[in-house]
Ligand binder design. Structure first.
Ligand SMILES: Nc1ncnc2c1ncn2[C@@H]1O[C@H](COP(=O)(O)OP(=O)(O)O)[C@@H](O)[C@H]1O
Ligand SMILES: [Mg+2]
Length: 268
């Protein structure tokens, strides 16, 4: 076979495979969770799965050419039946639910209630990201959400997603600035009435010398949630434990108390 013919045959084969892939995607539940984002010209391809976490699976997607970034992260929450939501009254306390029917359904733990809770977590995470990003927090830029998933800025390269801080070895001169940046964020969130509630070195990504905090669905409002201080103290303690690895010692209890005191006295 001539070289040209061979190339053409290869091209045809590639086209066929791409077509088959597209057909398979139609059946794919992940693809249908992201359908509205394809329709809205936000993403044009699901490149691969980045990681399956406790409640969601994150995918690296190719951004639609109309977007000003090459890649976008899609966080697809697990379907109703097989996820382990940080459920719970502890995080839900004080959240405003205007619709009385949803309120009743949530109380009765009915299917409707669980479904409503599912989309509430997603909407809540998106609202937190939007508000905190505007306020200047170091978190991924939120892009869009639907009933199943959130689109946000992708951190890393397609084949090399940003690692969690847990798996990174900071150089000595990075330790204090990283600690300071994390504490500044915690303070900024609190000033905007948000406590993360699940902050740990697993929910902090590290890319090109910078930390970015992720995973906000469980975030609570300290004005109305009676567990907020406990959660804040735990978040700060996790940060202090992490930097303790490098020999930087901070009294997390004292840091939490001081911050809480300033919050309570409107000094943030
Ligand atoms: N914006 C992002 N860019 C790159 N990777 C991400 C992004 N968001 C999440 N990830 C990856 O996906 C994992 C799960 O996301 P996360 O929001 O923490 O959900 P979960 O509640 O399942 O832990 C993270 O640990 C991280 O490895
Ligand atoms: Mg996580």
């Amino acid at each position: 076979m001539s070289k040209r013919k061979l190339l053409r045959a290869l091209e045809e084969q590639e086209e066929l495979e791409a077509l088959q892939e597209r057909e398979e995607e139609v059946e794919d539940p992940i693809r249908s969770s992201l359908d509205s984002f394809f329709a809205d010209a936000l993403i044009s391809e699901i490149i691969h799965e980045v990681k399956s976490g406790k409640e969601a699976t994150v995918y690296c997607c190719r951004a639609h050419p109309s977007q000003d970034v090459p890649y976008i992260a899609a966080k697809v929450y697990r379907s109703r039946n097989n996820r382990g939501f940080k459920n719970d009254s502890m995080y839900q306390e004080g959240r405003f639910i205007g619709d009385q029917r949803i309120k009743r359904a949530l109380k009765n733990k009915s299917d409707v209630g669980r479904e409503a809770q599912f989309s509430m977590w997603i909407a809540h995470e998106f609202a937190m990201l939007t508000m905190l990003y505007k306020a200047g927090a170091t978190i991924p830029r939120p892009i869009a959400h639907n009933g199943n998933a959130i689109l946000m800025e992708y951190l890393g390269e397609p084949q090399q997603p940003a690692p969690a801080l847990q798996h990174v070895q900071l150089t000595p001169d990075e330790v204090y600035p990283t600690f300071a940046r994390l504490m500044d964020n915690i303070e900024l969130w609190l000033a905007h009435n948000v406590v993360h509630g699940d902050l740990s070195a697993y929910n902090i990504l590290y890319w090109e010398g910078k930390v970015t905090i992720i995973d906000f669905p469980q975030a609570v409002d300290p004005r109305v949630n009676s567990h907020a201080f406990t959660l804040l103290a735990r978040d700060i303690d996790n940060v202090c434990k992490y930097i303790g690895r490098y020999g930087l010692r901070r009294d997390s209890g004292e840091l939490a108390n001081r911050l809480w005191h300033r919050f309570k006295n409107s000094q943030l």
